[in-house]
Design a protein around this ligand. Structure first.
Ligand SMILES: Cc1ncc(COP(=O)(O)O)c(C=O)c1O
Length: 362
């Protein structure tokens, strides 16, 4: 199949650029104490996860949901999975326990409620579930307060039958996107002090803290260079997006939304068939690849309305590519990724974990 034959809208991956990103990240962690645990949520695509693991330097995979972990296990990917997120809600702990029968699973916990729920499911299934205590390092989302609160929770996990305390995590999502490294690095380091001092406190109380997990694409070589961090949970680096491309990172944009021009109603404007149902805009409108002077005005359900310079020759039927601003929610909108080498489609990779898989069953 040729690029020109792909039905649009569609996601295309420059397979060589993606592989260079994978290799660059693996090269960074080679020879370091800290390793990589690539975040599966970025792409939800087993074929990409396999390539990330094959490149080496990985402690396992990171997942955001139980459903993602289920897909990884169902695909036969043998590695340790960290669900770097709280698992709370009906049936979820039992699903984690079922996974723990087949694979090595570690789950983030930030409350006694969450720990008790997991422990009960683990005991019912006669398994042990690994736990990392999720420490709030400043991002206003999940995570227990650093220091005594986190250590107390770790202590309770350690003495709870069915749970195995593996370590601690803290995601500095509020600093990973800071554009200027000179600003990003000290803020990330300061943020990580909250995690590292909590780890020290826990160890001082005799608690086993083997995993110290943190970091993202914007901080992989800042957080990843700190003594005491054992792994980095970066995800976006593998395909990149325009938000991360603004940072000074050595990774290439490898994912674009392929679209067809539907209409050129005016010289200064065209409409293409990639709208909100093909491309997420939470980090801004996508950018038009390789068309000088073109810029996306807005997306509606099935359309991208694009401003064009008058001399641009784009006409109905022509193809364009859009760089998404945020890959995770964009990929989640698609069933497959088309891996391309120039004009050739070399593979079609199912986005096997897209959506909420419990809604359609497996
Ligand atoms: C818990 C957690 N870890 C790591 C990441 C890193 O992802 P990325 O490399 O895409 O910044 C994220 C992204 O949102 C996250 O939520």
């Amino acid at each position: 199949m040729k690029l020109s034959e792909i039905p649009t809208p569609a996601l295309v991956v420059d397979a060589a650029a993606m592989q260079r990103n994978i290799d660059r990240m693996a090269a960074y962690f080679a020879g370091r104490a800290c390793k990589l645990r690539p975040h599966f949520k970025a792409h939800k695509t087993p074929e990409i996860a396999r390539r990330q693991l094959l490149a080496g330097q990985c402690t396992g995979l990171t997942c955001a949901t139980v459903g993602e972990a289920e897909v990884v296990v169902a695909e036969g990917i043998e590695t340790e999975i960290l669900i770097a997120n709280e698992v709370v809600g009906p049936g979820k702990a039992a699903r984690v326990a079922a996974l723990a029968r087949r694979s090595r699973i570690v789950v983030a916990v930030d409350s006694e409620y969450g720990a008790a729920d997991l422990a009960e499911a683990a005991r019912a299934a006669a398994v042990e579930i690994g736990v990392v205590v999720d420490v709030n390092v400043g991002m206003p989302r999940c995570g227990i307060a650093p220091g005594e609160d986190a250590v107390a929770l770790a202590g309770r996990v350690a003495e709870t039958p069915g749970l195995l305390l593996r370590g601690m995590m803290g995601y500095e999502g509020h600093v990973v996107g800071i554009a200027d490294r000179a600003d990003r690095a000290p803020r990330a380091e300061k943020t990580m002090e909250r995690l590292l001092s909590t780890v020290e406190l826990a160890r001082g109380r005799g608690l086993p803290v083997d995993i110290v997990s943190a970091g993202g694409t914007g901080t992989y070589d800042i957080t990843g260079a700190l003594e005491g961090i054992t792994e980095v949970q970066a995800g976006s680096y593998v395909l990149m997006d325009t938000a991360y491309a603004r940072l000074d990172l050595p990774f290439e944009q490898a994912l674009s939304v392929l679209a067809t021009v539907l209409s050129r109603p005016r010289p200064e404007q065209c409409a293409a068939d990639a709208g909100l149902k093909a491309c997420a805009v939470d980090h801004g409108n996508p950018e038009v690849k390789g068309v000088p002077g073109a810029s996306v005005l807005f997306l509606s359900d099935e359309h991208a309305t694009i401003a064009l310079p008058g001399e641009c020759v784009l006409a109905p039927g022509d193809r364009i590519e859009l760089w998404p601003s945020h890959i995770d929610p964009t990929i989640n909108l698609h069933d497959v990724l088309y891996a391309i080498d120039g004009d050739e489609v070399v593979a079609t990779w199912p986005v096997a974990a897209r959506g909420y898989i419990e809604q359609r069953g497996r």
